[in-house]
Design a protein around this ligand. Structure first.
Ligand code: SF4
Length: 356
């Protein structure tokens, strides 16, 4: 079932749908309120109308998200959530909420930025509770038992995703890069009951041993399907990533606690360093070096999105530090939904030849 058909089916089952822009947010609160959060990263659309509302230097993630709304393809949704990820998402939030005159709720989620101290934890907890209160205002009270159940289910999901990455790292998953990321990214819109059962089958049928071949790490915002396909063709395995929409949102340790809010707070602060949460560059460098040590990769591919400010501030220092450490790096400046140019494809092929 494709994404649209799946979402229509969710509505028929009596669930609400919420469009969620990148990147970090507490999806468990939505699940507990019989709502499926549907993340909007790279809808496959040609941009026709959004350009009139945005400056030319806004990233294609925001551009295509706005296009989706302007083309009236969000009719199924019962609301939007805009996390405070970057200035571009903030601007988008204000265009959608203040100027488009939509008749569904637009909610905002202001998560804290580093440096994180005790105040940051209290603040994050208060943000979680105000989001719950706002949703309750629109849709009625949240059942505390359902909340606890969904938070535990979120932990279960994270654990399975973590296992999948570990198997990938050890060469025990016999699937292409394309298939791996297609399955990981189903978490962006599937209800957790469906994701968990489907993912279990995926891992069971994909289990294998000792896959060989050159290995790389991807860094950036999200995996570009054509890069994955090219790497598949060349026999290169992506064994780990530092992508905002994938591994960078997976907590490094999972707290099992009685209080569901405490679990959500703990998980937020246990996520890997990220420029959209204000992490210092040194933390990112140390984290990336650990990843490299654990995976024994031959190179790192930086899949940058054009005009993504938070990411591009860090990239030059990351590339320089990895080069100093003797790693091969490839730096790509991409647009989502645009085919890879011949020149970029040649650069990827040359990089693969160098690391092979
Ligand atoms: S790609 Fe970068 S600038 Fe665009 S929404 Fe994501 S974090 Fe913000």
């Amino acid at each position: 079932m494709n994404r649209s058909a799946y979402l229509r089916r969710q509505k028929q089952m009596g669930r609400r749908l919420f469009g969620v822009f990148p990147a970090q947010y507490p999806r468990e609160i939505f699940w507990a309120m019989n709502t499926v959060p549907v993340e909007i990263w790279d809808p496959p659309l040609l941009t026709a109308n959004a350009n009139a509302h945005l400056q030319p230097y806004i990233c294609s993630v925001v551009r295509s998200g706005l296009e989706l709304i302007l083309q009236d393809k969000t009719r199924l949704l019962d609301g939007f959530l805009f996390p405070h990820t970057c200035d571009s998402i903030q601007n988008l939030a204000s265009i959608v909420n203040d100027y488009l005159g939509l008749e569904i709720p637009c909610c905002f989620f202001y998560h804290p930025k580093a440096p994180f101290d005790k105040g940051a934890r209290d603040y994050y907890l208060s943000q979680l509770k105000s989001l719950t209160a706002e949703l309750e205002n629109h849709f009625g009270p949240m059942d505390p038992d359902a909340f606890k159940q969904r938070v535990d289910q979120g932990l279960d999901m994270q654990e399975r995703l973590g296992n999948a990455y570990e198997m990938r790292r050890l060469g025990e998953l016999a699937v292409s890069n394309t298939s791996f990321y297609r399955n990981i990214r189903l978490a962006e819109y599937l209800h957790p009951d469906d994701f968990i059962s489907g993912f279990e089958t995926f891992l069971a049928v994909s289990k294998n041993e000792n896959l060989k071949g050159p290995a790389v790490i991807l860094s950036g915002i999200l995996p570009h399907p054509e890069i994955l396909r090219l790497l598949d063709q060349q026999g290169v395995r992506v064994v780990d990533d530092d992508l905002l929409n994938c591994n960078r949102r997976m907590p490094l340790r999972l707290l099992k606690d009685q209080d569901p809010y405490e679990i959500l707070v703990e998980n937020y602060f246990a996520m890997p360093p990220c420029p959209t949460r204000g992490s210092p560059i040194q933390e990112r460098l140390d984290f990336m070096k650990d990843k490299i040590r654990n995976t024994h990769v031959q190179g790192v591919i930086f899949c940058g999105i054009k005009f993504c400010e938070p990411e591009w501030f860090d990239v030059p220092q990351m590339v320089a530090a990895l080069k100093d450490a003797g790693l091969k790096t490839l730096l790509l400046d991409l647009e989502i939904n645009e085919p890879l140019s011949g020149q970029l494809a040649t650069r990827v092929e040359a990089f693969v030849e160098m690391i092979s």
